[in-house]
Design a protein around this ligand. Structure first.
Ligand code: SF4
Ligand code: SF4
Ligand code: SF4
Length: 326
């Protein structure tokens, strides 16, 4: 039985006790999946599982589990998605007992931006693409009567190249086989390149990039760990902490605050950058913070259900911060 068939079977059995199960279905074209809210047996037939299933569906949970009449929610999760649930549970942001996780092992997800770029480099318009096939480490795209083939590693999301948690953790169900943990590289290539720049060059880079931010807040809204809702510092009017001016400096300030609020919480799902309409490389901020938390506190967000997030602890003398020893 395929992973998808197993997943459907597990959901079919559990559905009578759940109000809704959230997974993915084929979207408006060959390249996109969209979130699917399964409430009936018939809905289950629309479920898909493939590298198109990029959305971190955990972002629905903080709101949905507080909705009246919603008692129990099911969620399909990849490895990175399950880390969001672990982290939110540790922070007591979601009632874990009211959530049922259907886990899968994941070999990577498609980057629409990278695939579009490849297709357009080949002289085609992505709008003319009529099918996409994932075949081992190859992706085959039928466009305008031609079939273009790409290495999956060249069109997958950058986070998948460094993935150390491909298998969903702490789930009630698991469909298919566990996949091997086989990161293609230690550090994201974009962060590796960024760290080679001098401090002056880095600052100039961000000044330039931040000019392009339109403060749409898609990066915030899509983040499974952004939970402040109506009280977000960036949109609150009373008190009015952050200006709405879209200058490079103000946008930089907003992103810095966002990154700080994700310290020890960001699970590197990359949804913030994927959602950005102007393609700002904001994962550089997030990954820098993730590495700092790992180096300083030995903590990887959402990786261990038994761990206590560092910002929920207090130690007068942290193991790796010698405030009094210098
Ligand atoms: S980061 Fe890992 S679990 Fe997440 S989509 Fe990529 S390969 Fe899958
Ligand atoms: S999604 Fe992009 S453009 Fe919108 S606020 Fe975030 S960084 Fe700025
Ligand atoms: S900040 Fe970005 S990468 Fe981190 S959890 Fe939020 S959406 Fe995911």
């Amino acid at each position: 039985m395929s992973t998808l068939e197993q997943l459907k079977e597990q959901i079919r059995k559990a559905l009578p006790d759940l109000d809704v199960v959230i997974g993915w279905e084929q979207g408006y074209d060959a390249m996109h999946a969209t979130p699917l809210f399964i409430r009936t047996e018939e809905d289950i037939d629309r479920l898909i599982w493939s590298p198109l299933c990029v959305h971190s569906l955990g972002t629905y949970l903080t709101g949905l589990t507080k909705t009246p009449n919603v008692r129990k929610v099911g969620l399909v999760v990849k490895g990175c998605d399950s880390r969001a649930i672990v982290q939110l549970t540790q922070e007591r942001m979601i009632p874990r007992e009211n959530i049922v996780l259907f886990g899968v092992g994941c070999t990577g997800c498609l980057s629409h931006a990278r695939l579009e770029y490849k297709v357009e480099q080949g002289g085609h318009y992505v709008e003319d693409m009529h099918s996409i096939t994932f075949n081992g480490d190859k992706v085959e795209v039928a466009v305008n009567g031609d079939v273009e083939s790409f290495d999956f590693d060249t069109v997958c999301l950058e986070k998948c190249l460094t993935c150390r948690f491909p298998n969903a953790i702490a789930t009630e169900h698991f469909a298919g086989e566990q996949v091997p943990v086989a990161p293609k590289c230690e550090k994201a290539p974009s962060l590796e390149a960024f760290e080679k720049l001098s401090l002056e060059e880095r600052f100039a880079f961000w000044q330039d990039q931040m000019r392009r931010c339109v403060r749409c807040y898609a990066c915030r809204n899509t983040c499974p760990m952004c939970v402040c809702r109506d009280h977000c510092i960036s949109t609150s009017r009373n008190p009015h902490w952050v200006s709405q001016e879209t200058s490079s400096a103000e946008n930089f300030m907003f992103q810095m605050i966002h990154t700080m609020h994700l310290a020890g919480r960001c699970i590197e799902c990359g949804e913030c950058q994927r959602a950005c309409p102007v393609d700002l490389p904001i994962m550089l901020f997030r990954r820098t913070m993730v590495h700092a938390m790992k180096d300083t506190f030995g903590y990887i967000s959402g990786a261990d259900p038994e761990a206590t997030p560092p910002l929920l602890t207090f130690k007068v003398e942290e193991d790796n911060i010698k405030e009094r020893g210098w």
